[in-house]
Design a protein around this ligand. Structure first.
Ligand code: ZN
Ligand code: ZN
Length: 183
């Protein structure tokens, strides 16, 4: 796969050069790719992802450090209310020059493609690792009423005066049928 140097998540390191110690700071905003995050909490596609990066040439490649900041939308796992949050993904990744010897075993290694760095896989991995796996609308979200499904945070005093005992509900059912037949 050839990278497109104009793609929003592709960095061109040509200006940095390859002399070890050479550094460059860059900050830019790119639209979020699709499916960035996890199912219950994600960065909306196309919303801005703000990068602040430092590139440093080292012997074997380019060391990239910095962060990306983006908005998150998801739903509370307890009450299903919309959750809005923000994610800050911290990067520290070495991109090895692609003319370095390739080891069959180092497929995990991030590589430059010519002078280009593809930020997308790094962004995806880092965002997913940074997200809470159980998004909550608030830390102490009481969730939903197990009897009627009401959202308890909206109604803290919520309770059912007459808890429905399974034995009573059976009798109620009979009573209802009885009423209907006599109507
Ligand atoms: Zn909640
Ligand atoms: Zn209830």
């Amino acid at each position: 796969m050839r990278l497109d140097p104009r793609a929003p998540l592709v960095l061109d390191t040509r200006e940095l050069g390859r002399r070890p110690g050479s550094q460059r700071l860059t900050s830019f905003t790119a639209p979020a790719p699709a499916d960035l995050g996890i199912e219950v909490l994600r960065v909306p596609e196309g919303s801005p992802v703000a990068f602040e990066l430092r590139l440093e040439a080292v012997m074997e490649g380019v060391l990239l450090t910095g962060e990306a900041q983006a908005e998150l939308v998801g739903e509370c796992v307890r009450c299903l209310e919309e959750v809005r949050d923000e994610v800050v993904a911290d990067f520290q990744e070495l991109f090895v020059y692609d003319d370095e010897d390739r080891d069959a075993e180092d497929e995990e290694t991030s590589r430059l493609e010519g002078d280009l760095i593809d930020l997308e896989p790094l962004l995806r991995d880092t965002v997913v690792l940074t997200l809470p796996f159980q998004p909550l609308c608030r830390d102490d979200c009481p969730g939903l009423c197990t009897e009627c499904g009401a959202r308890l945070a909206d109604d803290p005093g919520h309770q059912h005066d007459e808890p429905i005992d399974p034995r009573w509900s059976k009798l109620q059912g009979i009573g209802l049928e009885h009423d209907e037949t006599n109507d």
